[in-house]
Design a protein around this ligand. Structure first.
Ligand SMILES: O=C(O)C[C@H](O)C(=O)O
Ligand code: SF4
Length: 515
């Protein structure tokens, strides 16, 4: 029999992973209203909106990367924290078994996946005591892709595009703007940032992450920081990075800044970047029964994402032409992919294969378990569940492709692959290989794990299951899998273009503002 505390923790985990709260939904809806529906950013935001509703309805993960479960617990003085810790761990293991969390805890030395999200350092649990009778538990599920885009600055510094940043509010301003620029689309923009000023390297990041627990609508009690937050929201949205780095009017959905004291010698500005799949919730529990008394953040149910809000603004805005849609059957031919150009929307049917970090490394000096000629690799680590009928896909959005940059071009040539699907784009080495060998890079909408899971009609098989569920090579039968060409065989890369344009825009904010 699980304890009432464990039950409440289970409910908290499921709600956090599957139902995006109201404030986040409102921010995404506002972004939708600011973009023309027919642009790449507009189309991606529609997919994101649809995905949010699907996750709620399916009670399945919004994004397949259910992140590093991080709990902040406030307990009455004298409460037994050891029992609470165990309750959290049990609830985590159960939610993983039920497909509400992906198996996300990996041994850093051996690469083996513990399979239940428990292991040294996972989950993260912070306890605080307070002189109240109830228990407050907050949870954030922050994925690895956006975690990789966190950045820490040590002032004074020379900031790319913005020049000298001193140990003052204007220097901080430059760091934060740069932090948004450097994330590009790779942390699944449009995103949210938490900023920690001061502390040491560890507590600076902690403070930054604490800011992510603030409500989007709240107002910073420190006037300078309130001004800074407003300034960043305004200017970061002029960088033109847009949803998924496709270009667009909305790049940042929220900015929260906190400050701590520092050592005389150190001045850190730490930025925690969170993707649009900003999954954080909290519960207040009765101190005796541990039943949920209330939810800390307004729940998402009731804030519809698919109502035709914003249609009118689409009319008044400049209406972009709908991108060309091309239906292709996998495996692909060289001719198929050479005919594609940046901006085309491709609809794929047939079998594709997942492959991410472990697989790419392995394939460099081993044979593939199947014929990959004309094949399509999907950078994806899905959530999978097995029953008597076999494997089922519970969530399957793309992962950040740039991690495979050292391998991708060589792997494409070695095995005759014609396309890779992922998110955030790849670099010059892959672009050259696409041109030379005849290949294409397709960008799927990051985080849209329910949307893509629905396109997967069958799991045809799996290889390398010893790599763990996310890293295994899944052979997936898909129908109507839509992705946008962002790198083609003619040497064009939308990612390189957006990066260049946004860098030029960043430089407009070089002059001092807070003096
Ligand atoms: O691990 C994943 O599936 C995705 C990751 O969060 C990413 O953004 O790359
Ligand atoms: S895939 Fe995107 S939405 Fe999902 S956790 Fe990674 S950064 Fe966030």
């Amino acid at each position: 029999m699980s304890s009432s505390f464990e039950q409440s923790m289970y409910k908290l985990i499921v709600e956090t992973s599957t139902n995006l709260p109201a404030d986040v939904r409102r921010a995404i809806t506002a972004a939708r209203e600011a973009e023309d529906r027919a642009t790449r950013a507009g189309l991606s935001l529609s997919t994101i909106a649809q995905n949010i509703e699907m996750a709620e309805c399916n009670v399945s993960p919004i994004c397949q990367d259910t992140g590093m479960p991080t709990f902040v617990v406030h307990t009455p003085v004298g409460a037994n924290q050891i029992i609470m810790k165990q309750g959290i761990r049990n609830a985590i293991a159960r939610a993983t078994k039920d497909g509400k969390l992906r198996t996300n805890s990996v041994d850093s030395l051996t690469g083996s996946n513990t399979g239940d999200n428990l292991g040294p350092g996972t989950p993260v649990i912070h306890f605080e005591q307070w002189e109240r009778d109830d228990v407050d538990v907050r949870l954030i599920l922050k994925g690895g892709g956006c975690e990789n885009k966190n950045i820490q600055y040590s002032l004074p510094a020379e900031i790319e595009g913005l020049g000298k940043a001193g140990r003052d509010l204007d220097g901080i301003r430059k760091c934060v703007l740069h932090a948004v620029y450097q994330a590009q689309g790779q942390g699944c923009s449009a995103g949210f940032i938490g900023v920690g000023i001061g502390g040491d390297r560890t507590t600076g990041y902690e403070l930054a992450k604490q800011q992510l627990f603030r409500k989007i609508e709240d107002v910073n009690p420190i006037p300078e920081l309130q001004q800074l937050e407003e300034y960043i929201m305004d200017k970061a949205n002029q960088l033109g990075i847009g949803t998924m780095g496709f270009g667009g009017n909305v790049t940042l959905l929220g900015c929260k800044v906190g400050v701590n004291n520092r050592l005389p010698a150190s001045f850190f500005v730490s930025v925690a970047y969170n993707c649009w799949a900003y999954r954080r919730q909290g519960v207040v529990l009765d101190g005796t029964t541990h039943e949920i008394k209330e939810w800390v953040y307004e729940g998402g149910t009731g804030v519809s994402m698919t109502e035709e809000a914003g249609e009118a603004s689409g009319e008044s805005a400049e209406v972009a032409a709908k991108p060309k849609e091309i239906v292709l059957q996998m495996p692909l031919t060289e001719e198929d992919v050479r005919s594609l150009k940046v901006g085309d929307v491709v609809i794929l049917n047939g079998e594709m294969h997942t492959g991410r970090d472990a697989l790419h490394k392995h394939l460099m000096d081993h044979d593939a378990p199947i014929d990959l000629n004309g094949g399509v690799i999907y950078h994806c680590g899905p959530v999978m569940l097995k029953d008597d009928a076999g494997w089922h896909v519970k969530a399957a959005g793309p992962t950040t492709s740039i991690r495979e940059e050292p391998y991708q071009g060589d792997i494409m040539k070695k095995f005759g692959l014609r396309a890779v699907i992922g998110k955030g784009g790849m670099g010059p080495k892959t672009l050259a290989a696409l041109q030379e060998h005849g290949g294409v890079y397709l960008n799927a909408v990051g985080g849209a794990a329910q949307y893509y899971a629905e396109c997967i009609k069958n799991v045809n098989g799996v290889d390398f299951s010893e790599f763990g569920i996310p890293e295994a090579m899944w052979h997936l039968q898909v129908e109507g899998f839509a992705a946008i060409v962002t790198m083609d065989s003619h040497g064009n890369s939308l990612h390189a273009e957006v990066d260049k344009d946004s860098k030029a825009k960043l430089a407009q904010f070089k002059d001092p503002v807070f003096v």
